[in-house]
Design a protein around this ligand. Sequence first.
Ligand code: N01
Length: 549
Amino acid sequence: MSDSKITKLDAVIVGTGMAGLYMIKRLNDRGLKIQAIEAGSGVGGAWYWNRYPGCRADLPIIEYSYSFSKELQQEWDWTEVMANQPEIEKYLNHTADRFDLRKDIKLNTKVTDAIYNEATNLWTVTTDQGDIYESKYCIMATGCLNEPNYPGFKNADSFTGDIYHTAQWPRDGVDLTGKRVAIIGCGSSGVQAIPQIAKQAKELIAFQRSPVYTFPAKNAPMNPEFLAQAKADYDDIREQQRNNEMGICNYRGPKKPKDPNAAPKAKPSKKIMGITPEQRKQEIQDFGINVLTLYADTYYNPEANEIACELYRDYLKEYLGDEQKADALSPRNYPLHCKRPVIDTEYYAAFKQDHVSIVDLRDNPVEEVTASGLKTKNGEYEFDVLVYATGFDAMTGTIKRLNIRGRDDVQLSDLWEAGPRMYMGLQSVGFPNFFTITGPGSPSVVSNVLHSIEQHVEWIDNCIAHLIENNVATIEPELAAQDAWVEHVNKAAEGTMMTAPTCNSWYLGTNVEGKPRGFMPYLAGTKTYREECDEVVSKDYEGFILKTA
Ligand code: N01
């Protein structure tokens, strides 16, 4: 390859979601020569691809938004407490324009290979558009939930109707009016999509393998006074987020002066084990079903957890008033808090409608896809449209799909065959100057992920600045430090409901056939993790090997 066809760079950034956009901004501010590459026709990452009906944030948007720019915080007006996908996509496009990031982004382009050259310490990154970049640093901003998971059903291609995946929803939308629709999967995406699809479809059949514990989102239009106050309080909000292990402060608006004559406000009990069955029912009545997520002992005591699960099933039975639907939708045999929390807007209300039905796949599994629908062990179903809401090959799927080769031509996907191995979720041994934003082994998806993204981007940016200032050619982890970190991450998850033997989830990789079981994110919390990252830096990048040129 002639040198003239190779673009020389300081850094390649793969992906332009929330992580990629901020990474571009930071490296731009440093004056580095960079190129960001994006597979989509627009920026936004997860918020570009996941445009299925009902898609929205599951955290208050005041806290799930960039904190890096005070100006951006002040000028953007959110319209809902938990913004929907179109609004978040618009915000991210605004961010790209506001900070002039588009000049460094190549859209509609997929990275195919990233190969490390040990002689030059450079990464050669190639794309499906024929681009070749030679870059000192390669930064994966590919997100944790990017590679769609398609179940390998027999005869999957034989269906003659339209097929969609929630994570690859068409940009121009889909008109489902009057259609018979089937949806497979009832995780966060299915739970958000079902009530909205039910509004259009003539008939909606939900095929569900694992019912979820889901709690009302309590979304609402943004109150302009609340928003104004939040803007005034932003410094404090961000500080509180930094001091919280989830990166969340649950901002409630201005503190009202205490009325000395007011009766003390009732609060739910701290533990479910400490109260009688009657009191438990009373607390559900008083505080709503979400109260089950507030009892501390349900997070570590299996007995307490099972009491909460039983109460949840009772609540569902009473709410639905339909034995078959309640039985099918009732989660059993795995604990509350095992999967990522799901929150919903009128999910169960959708099933109260006659044209919405549920097929419980637990003892009636899918046998094959047919030309006109699906065949399960106990029956056949016909429909016009098939929607996969079957989630993602999370955390490792995208990175493993690419041809990433480090020192000695070792392929990252081979190295991660038995599960990802990273030091602090930032780097893997044998892949010098190759960084992953919110990689496995960092808090990422078990926190307010944007909060974690900002912390990682800033760490990587500061690290690169350090390397340049000190004439360091390469950085990569020591094997012993990486091994110890993987052990540390495993320990943090031990004994939690998320790693209970009966738990299956995408955190554990068990949602994808053949993927090794192992808890991938780091559970100690974002505050603890930030301190650990800062400590590593203060000890001259302890656990990393820095080599001068
Ligand atoms: O994916 P999931 P998701 N046969 O893996 C089922 C984020 N997110 O896209 O549980 C039958 O949770 C699977 O069943 P099971 C959020 O972090 C956020 O819904 O594996 N069913 C499950 O029911 C979330 O956690 C928002 O037994 C099969 C479903 O498909 C993450 O993305 C909104 C199957 C997949 O659920 C993933 O959510 C949406 C098979 N072969 C997503 N394979 C926000 O609110 C899988 N399933 C911000």
